[in-house]
Design a protein around this ligand. Structure first.
Ligand code: AMP
Length: 283
């Protein structure tokens, strides 16, 4: 496994892989790798012949009062995980390598970032589109794998691929969970024992709303169901950022669910200073 810190080096190494006619699968991460990331790496391996992983805590996707400085950084262990998983190349640029020089161009997203995480985190998806676009141009993979955990990110990146004509297949991997249902996340490391015990409540509430929707088996307005679960979560001490059903295509909230429609049932909650997200696809 080769570890590259510069654009020049990763381009050269990717070129060598490609000259052997190998298909490149790419997994972008911010490090602090867990089983969720490992599942993406394995999926990339099954979609391609060689796997490139990037590890970069992208300053452009953090707001001024967010956790950029405290975000977990565990590069040594991350490299061991990648090696164990048979990753071919790891790209670990520093901030200077990715963003040196004055920027004259800005990404602006319309509509798709108005709600869900985009509604609560101004500039978040602009920062993601910027960095993933740069990675795609540097690595030029054949396929890239992202998690359903960040489904709004996946939908926005799919749109980016379309509008910017990247010749890259995007693959969405299912959410990997702890045995109590909590979606794995690098940020779970911030939770103390009491918070960690409360954290799976978000997924349980999503499951309970999903069951009621399935049970109805017809068009329905989910507002009351959502408000009821919202109150339950707040009573447990989870502070709701958002909890709603959104159209899978437009990412706008849906007041009425039609039979046969495709939706995202999604929530974000605060447990102390930690923000957790989760979602279930309703199809
Ligand atoms: P991050 O390092 O948190 O930026 O995540 C890198 C990639 O891993 C993104 O595509 C995430 O959606 C994905 N990911 C994070 N957590 C999980 C999880 N629990 N299950 C599946 N994919 C995940």
């Amino acid at each position: 496994m080769k570890v590259c810190r510069t654009v020049k080096n990763i381009r050269r190494e990717v070129q060598i892989l490609k000259s052997g006619n190998r298909k490149i699968g790419f997994v972008p991460t911010m490090g602090a790798l867990h089983e969720g990331h490992i599942a993406l790496i394995r999926q990339a391996r099954s979609a391609a012949d060689a796997v490139v992983v990037s590890i970069f805590v992208n300053p452009e996707q953090f707001g001024p009062n967010e956790d950029f400085d405290s975000y977990p950084r565990t590069l040594k262990q991350d490299l061991e995980v990648c090696k164990r998983e048979g990753v071919d190349l790891v790209f670990t640029p520093d901030r200077e390598e990715m963003y040196s020089g004055t920027a004259f161009l800005k990404i602006r997203i319309d509509q798709l970032n108005r709600h869900m995480c985009g509604g609560s985190r101004p500039g978040f998806f602009e920062g993601i589109v910027l960095v993933v676009n740069k990675f795609f141009n540097i690595i030029k993979p054949d396929a890239a794998v992202f998690g359903q955990k960040d489904i709004q990110q996946f939908q926005i990146l799919k749109q980016m691929v379309r509008e910017f004509n990247h010749n890259i297949e995007l693959v969405m991997a299912p959410i990997v969970r702890a045995s109590d249902g909590l979606a794995l996340s690098s940020r779970n490391a911030y939770l103390n024992d009491v918070q960690r015990k409360k954290a799976p409540a978000l997924y349980r509430s999503l499951q309970s709303i999903e069951r009621e929707i399935e049970k109805a088996g017809r068009s329905l307005a989910p507002g009351d169901l959502i408000r009821k679960e919202g109150r339950r979560l707040e009573a447990k001490g989870l502070k709701i950022d958002y909890l709603d059903v959104f159209s899978l295509q437009t990412l706008q909230p849906e007041k009425m669910l039609e039979k046969g429609g495709r939706y995202i049932l999604a929530g974000a909650v605060w447990l102390g200073k930690t923000r957790l997200i989760d979602n279930i696809l309703i199809e």
